[in-house]
Write a protein that binds this ligand. Sequence first.
Ligand code: AMP
Ligand code: MG
Length: 432
Amino acid sequence: METVDLLAGLGRALAEGIVADRDFPPFARATRDGYAVRSADLAEVPARLEVVGEVKAGDWPEPGVCSVRRGQAVGIMTGAPLPAGADAVVMVEHTSVAQNPHPNVAQNATLGWGTLGSDTLGCDTLGEKFVEILRSVRPGENFVPRGAEALAGQLLLDRGRRLDHAGIAVAASVGKSRVQVFRRPRVAVLSTGDEVVEMDATPGPAQIRNSNSYSLAAQVQNAGGEAVRLAIAPDEPRRLRELIEEGLHCDLLLLTGGVSMGKYDLVEQVLGELKAEFYFTGVEIQPGRPVVFGDCGLETSVRADGEAAAGTRAGAPAPHKKYFFGLPGNPVSTMVTFELFARPMIEALAGMTPQPLIFLRARLKSEIRTKTGLKRFLPAVLSGEFENAEVELARWQGSGDIAALARANCYVVIPPERERIEAGEWVSLLMR
Ligand code: AMP
Ligand code: MG
């Protein structure tokens, strides 16, 4: 755990609960601009009430000085405390001023404000003035009672919750300028492939630049982890093993490429040499079918020659299990399998309470034809507005088309048994 400035906690998991330091709201708070009244006075409307003062936000209406008695009203602004005696607020839109509106404040007059009084703090005293109330109100209307949202000492945000902008607002509202959060898990990112070169290199005719390490690093950061990008591993077991061992020093290792059926897809073989336990070695989805997940435990990371390897140093406390994902190298497969499998793992390692993935639904803009057998996650563009969300597959040239992928904003999820989905059907989406 560590304690950080509130805004530095954005995206981190709370290691402490956030507790109300006082009642919320701390006073009965008006939620409308208008007049504080006794609802009983408005059994019959229109009713004429004597305006005996005004409370604006930030004023404190001392009960002895500013309260509402029978037949009276107090002008009140949104966010101001309800004066004693009042049990409701009438919106100014439902009032009109009964007497001599000031000629200079025509707009206020039509709204039922009339001339506002002197600036006596707490409850402005006015000359004799009346307001006509056009609609009745129920007791409790248009204000929030003290403590209705939370009582002092009540838990507002749980430990394990990820701090987003709304959580930051809650922390700020209780005066938490510093918050205790969980450390970010360190996530090693290891790209494999003889054809892959670093982005500032000039690729040879058969080479491509490494983009997966960067998309993954960005996804890791987004999920609340800290990415550690390793060197690119060639499709050669010795160097690959060295880099895997280096990656196992982190809290989680993400590999990309080298997990398919190719002759030079060596990731599973090398992990096997490291006595990895595989929890699964494939999933029935497309793209992303070859993804593998497992761990290398303590004893498995000690080499045959007895030399301590990944995570085991003399005198160091026994390391816990080191988990890894082998993600397929196709950029879209890498991105999809990260969202489906690696993200929840990183969130768990980051101390977050597990959250289910959220799938939305939208209407399909144009027909889709696919092969059956696997659940498909197809890059798509969600558009439209309000209740008319529409989705359409991204136009792309197969799973290496990163630019088309970047223009998409979600994945359409197609059940394995569907071969054809008509325009206008509702489909599931995974947002990106
Ligand atoms: P693999 O899973 O190793 O068979 O790779 C599948 C496809 O993804 C191949 O076309 C690779 O060239 C490509 N690929 C693999 N690693 C990367 C990477 N780090 N960045 C971009 N493309 C990659
Ligand atoms: Mg490869």
